[in-house]
Design a protein around this ligand. Sequence first.
Ligand code: NDP
Ligand code: OXD
Length: 309
Amino acid sequence: MALLFISHVDSPDDWTRAFAKLMPELEVRAWPNIGRTDEIEVALVWRPPRESLLGLPNLKLIASLGAGVDHLLRDTLLPDGVPVTRFVDDDLTAMMREYAVLHVLACHRRLPEYLELQRNGQWVELPQPLARERKIGIMGLGVLGGAAATRLAGFGFDVAGYSRSAKSLKGVTVFAGRDQLKPFLARTEILVNLLPLTPDTESLIDREALAALPKGASFINLGRGGHVVEADLAAALDSGQIKAAILDVFRKEPLPAESPFWRHPRVIVTPHVASITNPESGARKIIENLKRIRQGLAPLNRVDPTIGY
Ligand code: NDP
Ligand code: OXD
């Protein structure tokens, strides 16, 4: 019995160690050294090559190395009937919540502007609203966005969220569906993106969406680079429509050297590290799902490839 590991960004070593400890009979094989194809029961993947998941007759589970599955649904041919799951884990959620809080607080207390003032040797006191006077908007109210939204509400911020379907979250005003997007944006001073990338959300944050925010809003992108029209964001930063941006994800990763975001005085760039999958807890989730499938149960955290998340 074997697990096929496919990723051009992650090393298989920690996963090999984790499975050796938790399920020693499951051999981890790193692409392209796949060995006997009929022995592969699970594929654990990040952006797998187009045909890499075909021709595996006993494949029972395709597990994403991350919470997002856009890397897997976009270009890869999926074998019929094999469930696809994404990574959902308390540690991953806690890390993302922490990252969202870190940067919302930074924008709320105007840290990107103070860093620019410091570089220019300027001593300027900027007006400072209280948390209850600050309107935060979270796009995506799923596992990660929901956790960030409720924690930020706990700080006393005026928090709203945007999702596909209506829901109830303590302390969070929910805007659901595309016709609620504009009103949601119009009241949002600090926007946090935690949507999944799907055909519906691709390029959602464009010139029009950025213009719908109040002038001088801040933008924190923790979802995917593909949500943003990067030239529109750069223009909005230059015009002051967007005052500051914290960007963790980009259309092209690593972010190319020529990107204006590297050098913009009020942009903070981080290399897709808002939250990181832990191989040991990841291995536990995969083993749990394998056991469920062998018992004829549906795996946990299955995604629906037809809607993209
Ligand atoms: P979930 O699937 O739990 O939540 C997705 C949310 O987005 C749901 O609230 C869903 O609405 C909403 N949504 C989906 N499509 C639309 C749409 N068209 N319009 C409005 N709302 C929509 O995902 P997670 O919270 O677990 O993860 C979110 C994303 O975070 C991942 O897909 C990934 O891209 C990103 N991520 C980034 C990381 C990083 O390090 N930067 C790490 C991990 C994840 P509804 O509730 O109605 O279904
Ligand atoms: C992601 C992840 O989906 O790192 O970006 O989990």
